[in-house]
Design a protein. Structure first.
Lengths: 369, 369
């Protein structure tokens, strides 16, 4: 294959953004060959903007058409897994928008199909291209931070009521399957685990329609424990402004703080555990700490285009995926655990019980709670 | 009365510090007339440093001696309430070191006695003299921040094992009645409620001897809810270095961030709730925010000396107390609730059940858990 023929499913806000750079030829080795949408209005717009692209109103027909090598799933959350499964089963490569799905039950099924397939399966975690998070991950994975002891992310996404009122599917259990955790925090939940690893259990406090006239959560505080005993806090809201975005990671060898896009690394000259063992002065004392200026590439990285390019390169050249599709379940495990913990008012272990979560979610959708 | 004769109970590390500025005549209207300690070594040192001061080895005798108008209680935590009660009942004014006590049962008794007395009763919350916290309180109490929606304090006090090993009473249930919450976080727990008000219920995660060979907690994360629906997080540890000290308060009219002693105020031009109601653009939008440089007096204020001076002025001139003794229970309610929540692994309402907490604390002291 010299050129990957991409078929886009979903020509909404996000899909049309992907179509733009693909249609402009900004992803080398790829061509936008087909667009599928169930909304005739959107298809008319697609025809106007991309006259040479084949149009479909049924994704199954597009998948079966022989006109595409890869599909790009940019539909509402619930549809990501069934569409990905259909495409993978038909031998196509698949790039899905985040979240991977709404509940782990459906995502586990998708991952099982993907695991048996030799096709490339990616997810649009575009924040993984952000140099500041790449550097944080580098510092953790290379051992520079030492073993993690505590993580803390406060991340706000202010949204006024009018924003929620602008789309009927928004902020509903049936439309999105969640609120700030599913819609706004996708990236942070992914990056949190990408950098710090997966928590083992979660105790979360979610407030539903607390500051807005919506069904789903708009204010969350979650406490987590990791396998090694480290703890973490994740605080998020769509009602707080000015917004906070501050991510702190403390390890045995220092501390990383990312605030407003800027990373600072505090490096201990002697690891804390070693200092704790060896210091014998009997007083309040601490290891020497160096505030380090770490070079970080400016900007936010290649974002969507870079993830799509990486996906195409994976197909054409076997390049390693920056955001493998099967990792999409990780952030979802965390948000599912947060929801479930608040519904049960109790601890929830990760991985969450997929059937229990599904059952509770269905109750929410059918207004039983 | 022209001159308040102060009797100091406890000539340890903290007591001898108070003796120094009192002995130097740095508190106008006060004279250090007596010192009491049960340790003969300490009394010998006191005699050497303050040859004109009367010495006692029994606080009851000092209280009954007629030589003092006010007592300054600087003994271990557990002894503050009984000593304060004895002094108040004997018609003396009382200034106690923090914490007010170890469990609310004993502090409620003390407050009841204080409530019936016409004597001045103060507590050494010296951080209330810190201009940065006074300014934060001013912004909240004057309505500039608007109704509080979220509070968040991350406060570390790094302590190596050797520090804990240096005093047998340190970090034991019988000696201190707690760890980082009782010893290090006294000020922050008081300031948190002094500025933001008391929480209504608490769900806390305390880890006992997690990073040190001690009985008590050295790592805590606590989640709280306030009466008005606001939420809060308090994270503290003696194992994290470099230490974080970041206090954030978000209100309807803006945000205060105090980090490393510096206060920043973000002021919304239109209150958030009003913006949320009135904005009808259907998009992601937010009220205009002004980052304001607020004048704050440099330094940490008069600290111990200022609190003592204020106490003396209250006796001599009826000056209002900056830190009334009866408010000492507030921070203790919060720390007791945090302990109890972690012991029960459940929510705890404030005020805590004084008998239940006492019972559980006794179990800890007697090693039943």
């Amino acid at each position: 294959m010299k050129l990957v023929r991409m078929g886009l499913i979903g020509f909404g806000v996000i899909g049309s953004n992907h179509a733009r750079y693909l249609g402009n030829g900004e992803v080398s080795g790829a061509v936008l060959s087909c667009i599928c949408d169930i909304n005739p209005e959107r298809l008319r717009l697609a025809k106007e903007l991309y006259p040479h692209v084949k149009l479909f109103d049924d994704y199954r027909k597009m998948i079966a058409s022989g006109e595409v090598d890869a599909v790009f799933v940019a539909t509402p959350h619930y549809e990501h897994p069934p569409m990905a499964v259909e495409a993978l089963k038909n031998g196509l490569h698949v790039l899905i928008e985040k979240p991977a799905g709404v509940y782990t039950k459906q995502v586990l099924e998708m991952n099982e199909v993907a695991g048996k397939s030799d096709r490339v399966f990616g997810i649009m975690y575009n924040q993984r291209t952000n140099p500041v998070y790449q550097k944080a991950r580098d510092l953790v994975k290379s051992g520079k931070l030492g073993e993690i002891k505590r993580t803390n992310w406060i991340i706000d996404w202010y949204r006024p009521q009018s924003y929620y009122d602008s789309g009927g599917w928004r902020a509903t259990w049936s439309g999105e399957g969640g609120g700030v955790l599913l819609n706004q925090d996708l990236h942070q939940l992914d990056l949190w685990q990408w950098i710090c690893g997966m928590p083992k259990r979660v105790r979360a406090f979610c407030y539903y329609g607390k500051y807005h006239n919506i069904e789903v959560e708009d204010d969350v505080t979650a406490f987590v424990e990791y396998e090694n005993g480290a703890t973490g806090v994740f605080v998020t809201s769509t009602a707080m402004t000015p917004e906070t975005n501050r991510f702190e990671i403390i390890g045995d060898r220092g501390k990383i703080v990312i605030e407003d896009g800027k990373l600072t690394f505090y490096r201990l000259r002697v690891p804390e555990r070693q200092f704790n063992r060896e210091y014998d002065g009997g007083k309040i004392a601490k290891p020497e700490c160096w505030k380090c200026e770490i070079p970080v590439e400016p900007g936010q990285g290649g974002q969507h285009r870079e993830i799509t390019q990486n996906f195409v390169n994976a197909i054409l050249k076997g390049e390693k995926l920056l955001a493998p599709g099967i990792e999409g379940i990780n952030g979802l495990q965390i948000s599912n655990a947060m929801h479930l913990s608040s519904w049960l008012d109790d601890w929830v272990e990760i991985p969450v019980d997929p059937d229990l979560f599904y059952e509770k979610l269905m109750e929410k959708i059918h207004g039983k709670n």
